[in-house]
Design a protein around this ligand. Structure first.
Ligand code: CP
Ligand code: NVA
Length: 287
């Protein structure tokens, strides 16, 4: 059976713990002589660079691909693209607007398919977040994480799935219209900012995700009260601050918080490379 990683939903606790463990061991040469197809429909700083380095560390060669080259659905069918890429690559990784494209690739591919962000999910971010929480707090189980802002996006969904599976306590603090549409059982949602009290971690993401620019003004107005600023951080005096990045200082977070002493965003960004490597090792290792 070929393993794929399109979402953290459905992964067991043992699966995620294995990926986190593999993120912190020396790399095995699992991609020697092989490539990794990295297909991007949207821009990326962290994901592209961390994946390229992770592939290199495993002995492989990353190939960056865009819609202009592959023409999925116009120049060639998704099935033929998947079969073609699998002739050269040990893994196909993709960042897409529509999650169903990843599912179609996975259905046709004889090699693992890995989600590098879709409209609904960002599993590699969720894995890096868990690694970072464990490093900062010494454990994941029982850690109280308050996610503040746009609670119904890809980053929040993968974070919620990871927290639920690993026993962290996730509270999504968002206006009613911005709460996670399919929140896993065990996560809590509230519009009340008081819920950040006692948090070990306060997390936020942009209010306007890639592809939502047409709706930017409305979203910024709706979410204005949910900025992570010094006053909000003061309600959770022991909390670390996390953000998947890229950030918009002055919108979802102030410069004083993200550039301040409680911010661990650069450790979190570095962990994108370690967790990408762990995820690749998990996908490529024989059971
Ligand atoms: N956090 C993250 O995925 O960043 P990029 O969009 O720059 O890859
Ligand atoms: N929610 C953001 C995450 C970027 C890494 C987006 O989809 O644009």
């Amino acid at each position: 059976m070929v393993k794929h990683l399109l979402t953290l939903d459905g992964l067991s606790r043992a699966d995620i713990e294995t990926i986190l463990a593999l993120s912190e061991v020396p790399p095995s040469p699992l991609l020697t002589g092989k490539g990794a197809a990295l297909y991007f429909e949207k821009p990326s700083a962290r994901t592209r660079n961390s994946m390229e380095l992770a592939v290199h560390q495993l002995g492989g060669h990353p190939v960056y691909l865009t819609p202009a080259e592959l023409g999925i659905g116009t120049r060639e069918s998704v099935e033929d693209i998947a079969r073609t890429l699998a002739c050269y690559h040990g893994v196909i990784a993709a960042r897409v607007f529509d999650h169903r494209l990843l599912e179609a690739l996975a259905d046709a591919s004889p090699v693992p398919v890995l989600n590098m962000l879709s409209g609904s999910d960002h599993p590699l971010q969720g894995l890096a977040d868990m690694l970072t929480v464990r490093q900062l707090c010494g454990r994941i189980e029982g850690v109280r994480i308050a996610y503040v802002g746009d609670g119904d996006n890809n980053v929040a969904r993968s974070l919620a799935q990871a927290c639920t599976t690993l026993g962290a306590q996730l509270i999504i603090v968002a206006p009613d219209a911005y709460q996670l549409s399919d929140a896993p059982a065990g996560s809590v949602q509230t519009a009340n900012l008081d819920a950040v009290a006692g948090a070990d971690v306060i997390y936020t993401d942009v209010w306007v995700s890639m592809g939502q620019d047409d709706d930017a003004e409305r979203r910024q107005a709706d979410l204005a009260a949910y900025q992570v600023n010094e006053a909000l951080m003061a309600r959770a005096p022991d909390a670390h601050f996390l953000h998947c990045l890229p950030a918009r200082r002055g919108e979802e977070v102030t410069a004083g918080v993200i550039d301040g002493p409680r911010s661990a965003v650069w450790r979190q960004a570095e962990n994108r490379m370690h967790s990408a490597r762990g995820a690749l090792m998990w996908l490529l290792q024989q059971d």
